[in-house]
Design a protein around this ligand. Structure first.
Ligand SMILES: N[C@@H](CCC(=O)N[C@@H](CS)C(=O)NCC(=O)O)C(=O)O
Length: 318
């Protein structure tokens, strides 16, 4: 693990100093995009969006003019890893999310679970005034417990099923995944959010997998006992979050579908990208307000709507 941008030590929380590099396809990176939005850290930490399709040097900035990230001046994220450690910087791969120190061009961290916790905890002085508390002290044990099960069986579970090369491993992952989804579905029948009455880190971690479920995991990763849209509470919960500012406006189905179906050619050798599902189903009424709770806490408010989409849409998608 590399150092985190904590308030102390080598990497102080300093507005304008860091660039968050993500792929909008990646569920682990997607968490950090949501937290950055919910905390109102857009002006403090800038965002770089990679091409959803890596090349042999991994994540690249080919969506930017000239194929160069305008802030870092890099064509590939690996350059930040190598700026930090020219000898061994990429020996463990090049992954997103990554926080890069702009003045030195060095990778600060790619430790994804801590990136979101840090954005919530260490950047309080720079957050918007009415930002929610995503990891409140009194709920930490419960959030950690939920996250643990969700990580192994759901976030990572879909990958274990999808990349299994033995039938038994696939079946094991599939069984654990749907057992956990059934449990979450039941938990969410009478409560609006996973832990407490407001959105927490636990909801963000589950949401990024749910957002990809019907578009990718149920077909491409063979997680097909049923679609998310065939669950009751879980599907309504996912739509509730999607319709909350910071969630749906950070979901990019084009990047998501192209990344998995075109990059993971051992699973999808034809690289055909499915056209469905129709994204408007995410906007249907969910009626979850009837369960009480409030998304951003007693004092918190929603982040402002995005002035423009996270990335330009258009011919670049072809
Ligand atoms: N691999 C990271 C977690 C984040 C992750 O797996 N990101 C994926 C994208 S979803 C990635 O960048 N993988 C490297 C690659 O695809 O080249 C870690 O375990 O620390």
């Amino acid at each position: 693990m590399v150092a985190n941008p904590t308030g102390e030590g080598e990497w102080p929380a300093e507005p304008g100093r860091y660039r968050l590099v993500v792929s909008l396809a990646c569920p682990w990176a997607h968490r950090s995009v949501i937290v950055r939005r919910l905390m109102g850290l857009e002006d403090a930490i800038s965002l770089a969006i990679t091409d959803p399709l890596q090349d042999d040097r991994s994540w690249r900035f080919s969506l930017d003019e000239g194929g160069v990230d305008p802030v870092l001046g890099y064509t590939h994220l690996e350059q930040a890893y190598l700026a930090r450690d020219p000898e061994n910087g990429t020996e463990n791969g090049v992954s997103v999310p990554a926080i890069v120190d702009v003045p030195s061009g060095q990778l600060v961290t790619n430790d994804f679970p801590n990136v979101t916790l840090d954005l919530g905890r260490e950047w309080t002085a720079h957050q918007r005034a009415v930002a929610p508390t995503l990891y409140p002290d009194e709920l930490r044990d419960e959030i950690d417990e939920v996250n643990e099960g969700v990580f192994h069986d759901v976030n990572n579970g879909v990958y274990k099923a999808g990349f299994a090369t033995r039938q038994s491993r696939y079946e094991e992952a599939y069984t654990a995944l749907f057992a956990r989804l059934d449990e979450l579905d039941e938990r969410l029948e009478n409560q609006r959010y996973l832990v407490g009455d407001h959105i927490t880190e636990a909801d963000i971690r589950l949401f990024t997998t749910l957002a990809r479920f019907d578009a990718v995991y149920q077909g491409h990763f063979k997680c097909n006992r049923q679609k998310l849209a065939e669950f009751g509470a879980l599907w309504a919960y996912a739509r509730d979050l999607y319709q909350t500012p910071g969630f749906g406006d950070t979901v990019d189905f084009d990047h998501i579908k192209r990344h998995y179906h075109q990059v993971q050619t051992t699973i999808n050798p034809t690289q055909i990208v499915p056209l469905g599902p129709e994204p408007s189903v995410w906007l249907t009424p969910h009626h979850r307000e009837e369960l009480g709770g409030s998304p951003f806490g007693p004092e918190g408010t929603a982040p402002e709507p995005l002035e423009r989409p996270l990335r330009p849409l258009g011919p670049i998608d072809m």
